[in-house]
Structures are given as structure tokens and as C-alpha cells.
Design a protein around this ligand. Sequence first.
Ligand SMILES: O=C(O)CCC(=O)C(=O)O
Ligand SMILES: [Fe+2]
Length: 302
Amino acid sequence: MNTLFEVSKDIGIQIHENIYKSKIFSEERCNPATEGSVTSFTKAAGMVESGLGEEFLNKLKRSFSDNHHLIVRNIGSNLLNLEDTDQSIVMNALLIGMTKNLGFNTYGFKQEKNGAIIHDILPIEGKEDKVSSEGVIEFGLHADGAYLDREIRPQTLSLLCIDNTAKTSTRLVKIDDIIEKLTYREIEILSEDRYIHTPPDTFKVNNESKPKPILEKINGSYELRVATHNCKAIDSEANIVFEKFSNIANQLSFEHDWLEGDLLIFNNFKTLHGRGEIVGKRHLRRCYGSSYQKDFNVLDLS
Ligand SMILES: O=C(O)CCC(=O)C(=O)O
Ligand SMILES: [Fe+2]
């Protein structure tokens, strides 16, 4: 089934103009964490909805629920012609609007990027050698917030591409494809409390390290939680299975080659993502979504 949906640049421009002309954003409200911004971004989500149309949105929803990811090409492709503040408002509105229109509320964590709802994903000076979204070295396959309980873990990630001069794609792999290659016993082992999930460098938390599973059966279907570079098995049998799991995940992963203006959204319970090394300029913008969180909530993990 199709996962790449190309909108005409006119639709993108129309959404931008409606958001811009409506003046629903004052300067201080363009940061989705500030008071008053909730109403503004909810209105903007409505504009994304009317811009894309109900029929098209339904197609997106179906594809997302079948494939656990989708790409809306061109939705942000004229952003680069806008002034900085307008560009920022429209990008945030598109990210939040698309996430909300697919049925997820946007939220953040006090311990990550000071509670920001919108995150700039680009290499940070001094963090080049970190295996994280702030580094430039290869970032292995992972789910975001794998160490967090399900209700507070991001259920979706929405990413909008602003600049991919570096031509670094994002890799994705679907759980269904991995499960197919595992034996019943291996699935069982991966479903047991035999893995320590360590928080990434980007979260300022002290985590108790109780063993948890990698696979969890929820309402009859499997979900996964693991950052392959931040997970340790507690015994050798669990480790052997984890290594097989990681190899399969790597083999079955596919690349999304970004074009500027692409919006990618994926289910963080049903896919793993990662990327190769970044050489050159690259800038994505991100928000989390969850149907378990209140819109614009900033969770305190302490
Ligand atoms: O930069 C990428 O392609 C992925 C970044 C990432 O892992 C994230 O935003 O959580
Ligand atoms: Fe990530």
C-alpha cells in the first residue's frame, strides 16, 4: 500500500497563507509551549484539515494505520521562501496540525529540551560524537523513549524536513516484518523482563534500571520498545536473541530519502527508526504525539 502522498505545492501555499493571513499567531504565541498557543495551534490544525480535505485525510489515516508510517511530500516545500518567524509558525502549525489530524495529541517532557513541544533536530556543536539526534555519527535503530512506560512514551513522531543538503536519509523498520523472521521461542524471550533500557543523553533523568521486555503484546498485537544502542540483556540467552533481533531489524530497514518540505510521521510503538552519519547541513523539526496525553502537556519525569 502507498505510503508516499504528494500534495500539490498550491495546497502547501494555501495552508501557509490561511495560517499567516488569519493572524491567529502573535509573536509570543509561535512557541507552542507558551500560554495561549493551544488555541492558536488548534485553529491551525483546522486549517491543515480544510487545506487537505476530508477525503484525502481519511486516505492518510488508513495508510498510517496499515503501514505505521507515511510521508506527505511538498507540504512544507515553500517554507524556505518565508521570513524566519513566519517560517517557524507555519512549520510548527503543519507538524502539530498533521499530528492532531491523525488523532494524536502533541506533548513534551520537562527533562528534554526544557519542555519544548517542537524540537529542532540538527547536529549540536560539541555533541558530534553522541549517539543521539544531536550527534553526527550513525544513530542506530531505536524507538524514542524506549525506557518510558507506554502511556508516557511518544506514540508517534512527526518530522518535517527543512534542509537535507547532507543527503542523510532516515531509516525505518516495521515490527510486523521483524516478527515474521523470529521463532515463537525468540518472541517469548524478547517479551520477558530481561532487558535494561537506558535513557538517551538527550533526556536529563536518573532512571532506575529494572529489566523490561522489548516486545509487548497490546490488544492482541505486538509493539516494540528498544533503542538498540541503549539496551542490555541481563543474561546470555536473552543477549543472543537480542543480537538476532537487531540484525534482522537492520536487514529489513528501508530508507526515506528526504526532500525539503517532506513531512514523515511514524508510529513509535510499531516501528524503529535511525539514520546514518551526517556529513554536511541537515535540519529536521519534530513533535511527539500520543493519544494517551493531553494536548500540549509537558510531562515532568522527576
Ligand atoms: O535524524 C533522523 O533522521 C532521526 C532523528 C531521530 O531519531 C529523532 O528525531 O528521534
Ligand atoms: Fe529518534
